[in-house]
Design a protein around this ligand. Structure first.
Ligand code: ARG
Length: 504
């Protein structure tokens, strides 16, 4: 899908045309003359002609070399004239450090295991608003990458010139649909926490940059869920909504994912549903959301979209957009009685996509699940559905003795149930052994392409049987690369607590 104009509808800046250049002719003329003279000289020697060691014999080869050199220099000038052009009439380029690469992971990127065994802190090293100089530097770096990896897209120089002008005039710029698609795919490729990156090229990009109202965002999110589910054959997909601009802030999606389950505190102090969203649920109820008459463990929360004009608005998800998988075990009949289920498509919706200095705070994206995300973390974590003790007891294990490894045994059965159930429902899913091997193939490919592949060991190693997967036994590059996705601190707080609003 690609329904948006190639220029920005918010500020109608005509794309700069490349200036007509005559210099290629000059360069070619010099080079041809030089080559001809050297050719003549060499030919003469080869034919055994006796060249007298005289002035003429010295001057001819030297002249040939000089002409050749002039040709090469002229060619160099032409090759870079695109970049030179944009300085004409523009402010001079300040020499500022590249925004893209950082030597250290930056503050906030702490290994999960060190301080927080459960909630892993999110990175926030790139500010969400950049000054013009930073945008220019980031745009240049991105466009260089785009053109280097897509040589068929034509000349870098003129495009760079147009973008620099646009930034000077408007404080931002409008990606071409091709730049946007490439930027989104590379943001996935660069995401250090994702083990599923082998398929980064297959990401489907929905260009929805003209959509900035809450109702439109919600509607397209619901379409995204249907299209990504694709009858069970899940398609990796991203919907990119209106970007952040100096005169109009982008819409925000509050929810951490498009589909999340409510958590309710019960009179006995226990939680019904997903405890991760206890506080978020409470805030939505305070804002007027009505839970079902009989609250359950898997009540889908409404989508909250906030815009600067409308404030936060809530939209219940239509049933056709919510595909779920009921959990059953391949052998243990009682497992289905636990009443567990999970949604088929994980669409992360609170991250900001950053491409070449342009921020897209509303850019929900999805892949398909790896079983352990649901089986080990969502069902297993003690601050989530915490199913391990109940399953262990049903399995008849001795939970008074840690050394019986009842936790591990229950974990395995829950994870078998998740993989089995998705498969039985015809919904794409992957297991952690297969996905680990695929990730190593991805690493190899990236290395062959001469690229670094930033990887966070603590996120890549699966939460069960880590040492049984090859990703456990090695080191990785951890340097941040752009484009990328960012979990901004405010957005993360909003996704968990429904506050603070983005625009007050
Ligand atoms: N871990 C998250 C969850 O359990 C999903 C994160 C994205 N996962 C994915 N396979 N794309 O919902």
């Amino acid at each position: 899908m690609n329904d948006s104009p190639a220029t920005c509808p918010f500020h109608d800046v005509a794309a700069d045309r490349p200036a007509t250049r005559h210099s290629p002719l000059v360069a070619v003329a010099f080079a041809v003359a030089g080559l001809a003279m050297s050719g003549l000289t060499i030919g003469a020697v080869e034919l055994g002609w006796h060249l007298p060691v005289s002035r003429a014999g010295f001057v001819v080869p030297v002249a040939a070399i000089v002409l050749l050199a002039l040709g090469i220099c002229a060619h160099q000038l032409v090759a870079h004239s695109g970049e030179q052009l944009l300085q004409v009439g523009d402010r001079p380029w300040p020499q500022i450090p590249r925004a893209g690469r950082r030597a250290s992971p930056g503050p906030g990127r702490v290994r999960a295991r060190a301080a927080h065994p459960v909630h892993r802190p999110d990175p926030g090293p790139v500010p969400d608003s950049l000054g013009n100089d930073e945008i220019r530097a980031a745009a240049e770096e991105f466009l260089e990458l785009f053109h280097a990896e897509n040589p068929q897209t034509g000349w870098l120089g003129p495009r760079l010139a147009a973008v620099m002008r646009e930034i000077d005039l408007t404080g931002t710029y409008w990606h071409t649909p091709e730049e946007l698609a490439f930027g989104a795919r590379v943001a996935w490729r660069n995401n250090a926490r994702c083990i599923g990156r082998l398929y980064w090229r297959s990401l489907q990009v929905r260009d929805l940059r003209t959509v900035g109202d809450a109702g439109g965002v919600a509607r397209h999110c619901f379409d995204h869920l249907r299209a990504a589910h694709n009858g069970g054959k899940i398609r990796p997909m991203i919907s990119v909504f209106a970007p952040e601009t100096p005169n109009r802030p982008a819409p925000r999606i509050w929810n951490e994912q498009l589909i999340r389950y409510a958590g309710y505190e019960q009179p006995d102090g226990r939680v019904l549903g997903d405890p991760r969203y206890l506080s978020f649920t409470r805030e939505l109820i305070r804002r007027g959301w009505q839970p079902p008459d009989v609250p359950g463990a898997f009540d889908v929360l409404p989508l909250v979209v906030e815009t600067v004009d409308e404030g936060p608005r809530m939209f219940p998800l239509p049933a056709q957009s919510v595909h779920e998988v009921p959990m059953e075990h391949p052998e243990l009949a009682w497992f289905a009685e636990l009443g567990l289920r999970w949604h088929a498509v994980p669409v992360i919706s609170s991250n900001r996509l950053l491409i070449g200095g342009v921020s897209y705070p509303a850019a929900p994206f999805n892949g398909w699940y790896m079983g352990t995300e649901i089986g080990a973390r969502n069902f297993g974590d003690i601050d989530r559905y915490a199913m391990i003790p109940e399953v262990a007891q049903r399995l008849g294990l001795d939970i008074s003795d840690e050394a019986s490894l009842w936790r591990d045994r229950a974990l395995v059965e829950i994870n078998r149930a998740v993989l089995h159930s998705f498969k039985a429902s015809g919904v794409s899913i992957t297991d952690h052994h297969t996905e680990s091997r695929r990730f190593l193939i991805h690493l190899e490919r990236e290395e062959r392409a001469g690229r670094r592949c930033p990887t966070d060991w603590s996120w890549i190693v699966p939460p069960m049987s880590g040492s049984q997967t090859p990703v456990f036994h090695r080191h990785y590059d951890s340097e941040l690369q752009l484009p990328n996705f960012f979990a901004d601190p405010d957005a993360t707080t909003r996704a968990l607590h429904g506050t603070p609003p983005a625009f007050r």
